[in-house]
Design a protein. Structure first.
Length: 138
């Protein structure tokens, strides 16, 4: 079970709820919110609470198992992809897209070569996605 092993790799004690939340994040690349995850998992885990989901996601982020995104001023979103990448928020539909950071990564190597340690980086862009732009043309 990949989600179980991932929790162990980040020194997180697996539980039914933690495994389900991690599995959801690993299988849904939609950058979900606490509410999204709670709504999706509650039917199969009726004892689950929003507080449990929130506290679990906070633990995951603190341990480095997920990224906590504050790109949207109204919602905190979560991403199981912990590789270095940026996020684009469409101001029209609200979807968040991932994009690679090849240029930024070389700049980070320069900062690290000066003796600094980088533990976290956030690169956000906001605008209108191509799908919304195409829909507006029609």
């Amino acid at each position: 079970m990949e989600s179980y092993n991932r929790l162990l790799a980040y020194n997180i004690k697996p539980s039914v709820q933690r495994i389900a939340i991690m599995e959801y994040l690993m299988n849904h690349y939609t950058h979900p919110t606490v509410d999204d995850i709670y709504t999706a998992l509650f039917p199969s885990i009726p004892t689950l609470s929003k507080t449990t989901v929130y506290n679990t996601l906070k633990l995951f982020a603190e341990q480095g198992a997920v990224q906590m995104l504050t790109i949207d001023e109204r919602n905190t979103c979560f991403d199981a992809d912990t590789s270095m990448h940026g996020h684009f928020l469409c101001r029209s539909c609200g979807k968040i897209y991932d994009f690679p950071l090849p240029v930024i990564v070389s700049g980070i190597e320069g900062i690290q070569s000066e003796g600094h340690q980088i533990n976290e980086m956030h690169y956000y862009c906001k605008g209108i996605c191509r799908h919304c732009l195409e829909a507006a043309k029609n």
